[in-house]
Design a protein around this ligand. Structure first.
Ligand SMILES: [Zn+2]
Length: 304
């Protein structure tokens, strides 16, 4: 199987959101991992056309989780790809079949920017959706993909391993990393992040022992051990940092500014290009990441 990365040029910006196209050797069977948001649908269909893939050729669409930057276009696509089945996590299933709650929840985060960012979200007909369990294999593009339950960024999150090449499509569970950069930004939006579960998923990915990681934001990377180590360390470090700021009585805006200053310093220390901070922000802005970490920290304290 061949893997091609389709750049969805989110907000007219390259290398922020990817859809991965899997192509069989026969040339006539194809599958997608991630659809991107509805607003990027033109880029996705152009990407198929450029590679000579007809809408009929696409048999499977694998979704890592329900968030609109990953699966927002799936309802529209179900109408355009007549032979495609949509593979999802059990907990995500109801939201693909009826995205109204999801849209409501996203509107709480994005407000007036919903349309500009994501476009309209439609349901996927129930008879087109299949639920995958941890370890389940699905034939696709002349090979197989294995689903791996990887919560943390969301309760409902699957990563998909292509065993022949060792490529692991990681959605958001391996963080955000842009091409040419070593820096990993943990995407920690509200309302579902769970740092403890996330670290378990990082350990699970180590066990899976992939040859390469393919984060939706963006591309593919072979320094798997270093990448996962940096993500784990930063997740723990950022949570402690935000908890510390909360203890000092800082408010949301202030904590977000402090986290940005910290993140920028980390990027510089790592020799990353600081002008890329904004492009990382299109996949996960500091205000959103701060909200998620503050919410998680508050919930953890309520439990104690
Ligand atoms: Zn994402």
């Amino acid at each position: 199987m061949r893997i091609e990365t389709i750049d969805l040029e989110f907000m007219d910006t390259g290398q922020v959101i990817a859809s991965f196209l899997l192509l069989g050797e026969d040339g006539a069977s194809a599958a997608l991992v991630e659809t991107g948001p509805t607003n990027c649908l033109d880029r996705l269909t152009a990407g198929l056309k450029d590679r000579g893939v007809s809408h009929e050729d696409v048999r499977q669409v694998f979704l890592t989780h329900i968030h609109l930057d990953h699966a927002g276009a799936s309802g529209h696509l179900s109408g355009m790809l007549p032979n495609a089945t949509f593979y999802v996590h059990e907990v995500g299933y109801p939201h693909h079949a009826d995205p109204s709650k999801l849209v409501k929840s996203a509107t709480r985060i994005y407000g007036e920017r919903m349309d500009e960012l994501w476009g309209e979200t439609r349901p996927v007909p129930e008879d087109r959706i299949r639920v995958l369990e941890d370890g389940e294999e699905t034939e696709a593009a002349g090979g197989v993909l294995v689903a791996h339950d990887t919560p943390g960024h969301a309760y409902h999150h699957l990563a998909y391993l292509e065993p022949d090449s060792g490529a692991l499509f990681t959605g958001d569970v391996a963080g955000i990393r842009l091409p040419g950069q070593s820096y990993i930004r943990p995407p920690t939006p509200p309302p579902e992040i769970d740092v403890e579960a996330w670290i378990q998923s990082i350990n699970y990915m180590r066990q899976i022992d992939p040859a390469s990681l393919w984060p939706t934001h963006f591309g593919s990377y072979e320094d798997v051990g270093r990448h996962l180590g940096e993500l784990e360390q930063r997740l723990q470090d950022w949570l402690l940092f935000v908890e510390g700021q909360m203890d000092e009585g800082s408010g949301r805006e202030e904590i977000s500014d402090q986290l940005k200053a910290k993140g920028d310093a980390e990027m510089l220390a790592e020799g990353s290009d600081i002008t890329e901070s904004e492009r990382y922000g299109l996949a996960g802005s500091y205000s959103m990441l701060t909200d998620g970490l503050m919410r998680y920290a508050t919930r953890q304290r309520e439990k104690r």
